[in-house]
Each structure stands twice: as C-alpha cells, then as structure tokens.
Design a binder for this molecule. Structure first.
Ligand code: SAM
Length: 199
C-alpha cells in the first residue's frame, strides 16, 4: 500500500513485496550501503529452510561492498548472509555473474551516488543503459525491473531520459511500464520506475 510511504525507496519496496516470492533469485544492481539488499534478502529467504533463492548484489565501489557486507553482519546471521553474493562490479556486466539457469525475478537499480560516500562517483547513462539491456535479457516472465532515479545532481536528468526512453521502447505485448512521481514534493527530485515483464 503506497500511501504513508514518504521515501521513494519505500514505495519501491512495497511494489517488490507484491512480486518477489520466497526462494526467488533477485539482483541488486547498485547495492551502496546495503539497505535495498537487506530488504531483498528478507523477501527471498525462507524462514525454515534457509535461502532457497539468492540476492546477487553489486556495486562499482569497493567501499559500498564493504558497507553492504557490514550492514548484513549487523542485521542477519552468517547462514542468511550466505544467501547474498556480493560483487565489486559494474552492473553492465551482471550477465557474467548470474548463473545461466537462474530465473531472475527482479533487477533493482537505485541510481546516483553513494549516500555518505564520494558524490563524484555516480551511475552514468551509458552503463545504466547497458545494464538495463542485460536485465531485460536475464529477467524471467513475471519479473520486474525497478528503478529509483534521482535528478538533482549533474547528469541526473540525462540518465532519467535514458531510463524513460528504455521503458517506453519495451514492447507493449510483453511489458507493463510505469512511472511514479511525487508531484507535491518538488524538493525531493526522485522518481520510481517499474517495468514488469508479463511474457
Ligand atoms: N541501494 C543502495 C542502498 O540501499 O544503500 C543505494 C545505492 S546509491 C544511491 C548508488 C550506488 O550506485 C552507489 O553506491 C554507486 O557506487 C553505485 N554505482 C555507480 N555506478 C555503478 C555501476 N556502473 N555499477 C554498479 N554500481 C554503480
């Protein structure tokens, strides 16, 4: 339920909960400080039989991988942590690390820079587009590409245009593509996109 959720990431998580099932395999394409990775882990993990599915989490910055790893250490036990596979990697290469037979239910992006980190290291339109194409290839029918896009920093608007053009170009026979924007929060220039693969 979307109302009552003020942060864009919370809106995204509400949608994830409707799509992700226990035992699914999902990808966090920008793990940053690990908040989204942790949310995904809780959604895929079976309470009794362990992982079932996996979270493949990646980030281009080593600091982010360490930050995600330490958040998981604080939040879950070592057995649960084994259900997360961390990679210091550009998300355009996600197809190289996910096993070919993995039926991926979701690929999530939270674009921009690492909060509390180096603000000059940001996601870039070209690699974001390559990563979206990789996500399209590996996502199973019924799966979701989720994006939280910030437009307040240099390059943000250009990246927004790339994301919008990608979603607009997906075939209507197989995809439902939506955009959420909080119209009365002009100081929070952030949008949420959901591209759901039907077939
Ligand atoms: N999801 C994170 C969380 O819950 O804390 C926040 C992600 S932060 C807004 C964006 C992240 O994208 C940064 O950590 C940044 O290093 C990462 N990033 C930038 N370019 C990337 C790329 N080409 N591949 C993977 N990650 C990238």
């Amino acid at each position: 339920y979307l109302f009552g959720r003020k942060k864009a990431t919370e809106v995204a998580h509400v949608v994830w909960e409707q799509v992700i099932q226990k035992g699914d395999t999902v990808i966090d394409a920008t793990c940053g400080n690990g908040n989204d990775t942790l949310a995904m882990l809780k959604m895929v993990m079976h309470d009794s039989v362990g992982c079932g599915g996996y979270v493949y989490a990646m980030d281009i910055q080593k600091d982010a991988i360490e930050s995600t790893s330490s958040l998981l250490d604080q939040a879950v036990g070592s057995k649960e942590k084994e259900c997360v596979k961390l990679f210091n990697l550009c998300h355009s290469k996600m197809g190289e690390i996910v096993p070919e037979n993995a039926r991926v239910r979701m690929v999530a992006f939270n674009l921009g820079y690492l909060p509390g980190g180096n603000k000059s290291i940001i996601t870039l339109s070209d690699t974001t587009l390559s990563a979206l194409k990789a996500a399209e290839r590996i996502l199973k029918p019924g799966g979701l590409i989720s994006l939280v896009v910030y437009i307040g920093h240099p390059g943000g608007r250009e990246e927004l245009e790339v994301v919008e053009a990608f979603g607009s170009g997906l075939p209507v026979s197989d995809w439902i593509c939506c955009k959420f924007q909080m119209l009365n929060r002009p100081l929070a220039p952030v949008l949420v996109f959901m591209f759901k693969r039907e077939n």
